[in-house]
Design a protein around this ligand. Structure first.
Ligand SMILES: [Zn+2]
Length: 644
């Protein structure tokens, strides 16, 4: 029977829009679960939302909706984002669901009955925003919250407490006995140090707000966040209900992994195992706490003026580009710096140059030299093969070791080492020279076969990382369906490759200057319409539109701009008694010859300007999509016909 794998993200708190941090966690878990699937595991991936608490109540009030309406909408948006990112989750738990609430109420009553929860009084300085109590010594200057800087107020309330102190020694022992329970090690040490200071009992109920799960035996209390939220990992599996098959299978199965951001490490490393111990549930999980993406001036947050949303990056750059950057750039155990420059560089260097170009060259050469088909050819063996094959053989193991250790960035690095080695193999064997000598036909085929098979194996290992590009690679190279799995990571597993007639580059190069500039604007918040991923709703009147004199024009000549790579200089006939010159930024998208004769749409009454020394009398209309620009064309109309 297949081994089981249960992986979870934290449940996210929907008081605001989800940011790149939540997205990182979710994409990371997605990559790990896909890796385990690749290894033949029976896996289950849980994510969801933590929907109770004072803050939700407040935000809903501000928006004039009920709390449930607010969280319904947030859940809808979140699932939509995960769907767009092709997150392979199996279940999306919401703490407002009945299936969750009944389990939490049961857990609370049981802990109360057995004396692990008791009634006491809680007092302290309370930050409503963070829903946290602080002692006087923890407060910042002027009695403000140490986490968010807002004003705090003194609060005393009746509260239930969980006896952490009772389980302190047992937990300490458990962590010491299980060195890989918490990773990375620095986080483990942090937790150990915290426990050794001594644990205070934890307040686990509130009477100051209503939006939560009521304590059955004392309904003026609602269950406070920790017991409510942490229980999701087992309530989603049906723990404590008549149907707990999933719980038995996955929680008590082979591997359980909770992935969290380092900001909620303590709750998962201390409160959660203690709750499980108190409930007599085995602590089967391993906890991984990752760092964050930061902007140059600190943690990414709206209040600090630097934030980037995943849907923006997705919309402008694409799924694999976003996944690759997130998974590659955050170092294991540390924080990563998000910069527009590194984002564009990763796409251009790693994806476009190293990887995309390698595939494209390989497909092109197979078409050019062998009519689209190459086979394993032992008679063409060359001395450099040995060194190349050695790395090809080592890579799956190095990659797997890193993935098993949740070091996804490291795993990607070992893949790119192989990609570089494959590129180097082309330089070493110079297939274009071999091709000139009919006597070297076997050597040439041997070289192209090596390239194909290396790419095939790279494609297999890329499956958890690049969802679309790995599929495209298989399609372009003609990789057989049964040679796309882990078992097929053997040199020579597919004896022949029949590649497609014409490959298309997987990752077109981005214009560095243009894209960095765009990203900087987004990050600075100069351009809110881009940042939010929403369309510009700047309204124009019909009179505004009527001011424009739109005409059909035929392109008579086109030539490169003498001083600018991106510009073309066009002469067009717009139905006047002279030619009109228009300078257009379409050089990256059109060959000059292909433009001549096209009937396009221009704005004729635009104020003339001089662009890098060339006069432009008007502007042509073009549309742009992802990495693509198309000049608007008409067919039946004549030069000079007007458009409105
Ligand atoms: Zn606060």
């Amino acid at each position: 029977m297949a081994k089981t794998y249960y992986i979870t993200t934290p449940i996210y708190y929907p008081s605001g829009k989800l940011h790149i941090g939540n997205t990182y966690t979710t994409v990371l878990c997605d990559a790990l679960r896909r890796y385990k699937d690749l290894r033949g595991y029976d896996s289950f991936y849980l994510t969801g939302m933590d929907e109770h608490g004072k803050k939700i109540e407040t935000v809903a009030n501000e928006n004039d909706v009920s709390p449930i309406e607010h969280v319904d909408e947030m859940a809808r948006q979140t699932r939509e984002l995960w769907d767009r990112l092709k997150i392979s989750y199996d279940d999306f738990i919401r703490t407002t669901e009945k299936r969750h609430k009944t389990v939490v109420q049961k857990i609370f009553e049981r802990l109360l009955d057995q004396g692990d929860i008791y009634l006491g009084t809680y007092s302290g300085y309370y930050c409503m925003h963070c829903e946290s109590f602080f002692t006087e010594s923890q407060l910042e200057e002027g009695n403000t919250c140490p986490d968010c800087g807002r004003e705090v107020s003194w609060l005393e309330e009746e509260s239930y407490f969980l006896k952490l102190s009772k389980y302190q020694d047992r937990l300490l022992q458990f962590i010491e006995d299980n060195p890989d329970f918490i990773t990375p090690e620095s986080r483990r040490n942090e937790v150990l140090a915290f426990i050794r200071q001594g644990l205070n009992d934890l307040s686990v109920s509130r009477t100051t707000f209503d939006w939560g799960i009521k304590v059955i035996s004392d309904p003026k209390h609602v269950v406070y966040v920790w017991i409510d939220a942490l229980s999701n990992y087992i309530s989603a599996l049906g723990y404590g209900t008549d149907n707990d098959d999933l719980f038995q299978k996955y929680w008590n199965g082979d591997e359980v992994v909770h992935v969290v951001g380092k900001d909620i490490l303590r709750f998962h490393a201390i409160f959660w195992p203690i709750m499980l111990m108190a409930l007599d549930i085995p602590v089967t999980f391993k906890l991984h706490a990752h760092g964050f993406y930061m902007m140059k001036d600190g943690k990414m947050s709206k209040s600090k003026g630097g934030v980037i949303y995943p849907d923006t990056l997705l919309k402008h750059y694409g799924l694999d580009e976003l996944r690759y950057y997130l998974l590659r750039e955050l170092p294991y155990g540390g924080d990563g710096l998000f910069t527009p420059e590194t984002f564009v560089d990763r796409i251009n260097f790693d994806l476009a140059n190293d990887f995309g170009n390698l595939l494209n060259r390989t497909v092109t050469m197979i078409n050019k030299y062998f009519g689209g088909s190459v086979s394993y050819n032992e008679t063409g063996t060359m001395p450099v093969d040995e060194d190349f094959e050695a790395l090809l053989k080592e890579t799956p193991e190095a990659y797997a070791r890193s993935m098993e250790d949740l070091k996804v960035s490291q795993a990607i690095k070992s893949l790119w080492r192989l990609i570089s080695r494959t590129n180097k193999y082309i330089d070493e064997t110079t297939p274009w020279i071999l091709a000139k000598d009919e006597a070297k036909k076997n050597e040439l085929e041997n070289v192209l076969y090596h390239l194909s098979d290396s790419l095939r194996q790279i494609g297999i290992m890329l499956k958890p990382i690049l969802l679309e590009a790995s599929e495209a690679l298989f399609r372009q190279l003609g990789v057989n369906e049964d040679k796309r799995d882990w078992d097929a990571l053997i040199y020579g597993a597919q004896p022949t490759f029949n590649v497609i007639h014409k490959g298309t580059p997987l990752f077109p190069r981005l214009d560095v200057e243009e894209e960095v500039d765009k990203l900087k604007k987004i990050v600075r918040g100069d351009d809110d319409t881009i940042a939010s991923g929403e369309e510009d709703l700047n309204l124009a009147t019909i009179d505004d539109f009527a001011k424009l004199d739109l005409r059909v024009a035929e392109i008579k000549t086109a030539k490169p701009h003498p001083n600018a790579d991106k510009l073309l200089v066009l002469k067009v006939d717009a139905g006047e008694n002279k030619m009109r010159q228009i300078v257009a930024g379409i050089a990256k998208h059109y060959e000059v010859d292909a433009l001549v004769g096209k009937k396009i749409v221009i704005i004729r009454n635009l104020e003339p300007v001089t662009l890098r020394g060339e006069k432009s009398e008007g502007m042509l209309l073009a549309g742009s999509g992802k990495n693509r620009m198309e000049v608007l064309e008409v067919t039946g109309l004549k030069p000079g016909d007007s458009i409105s």
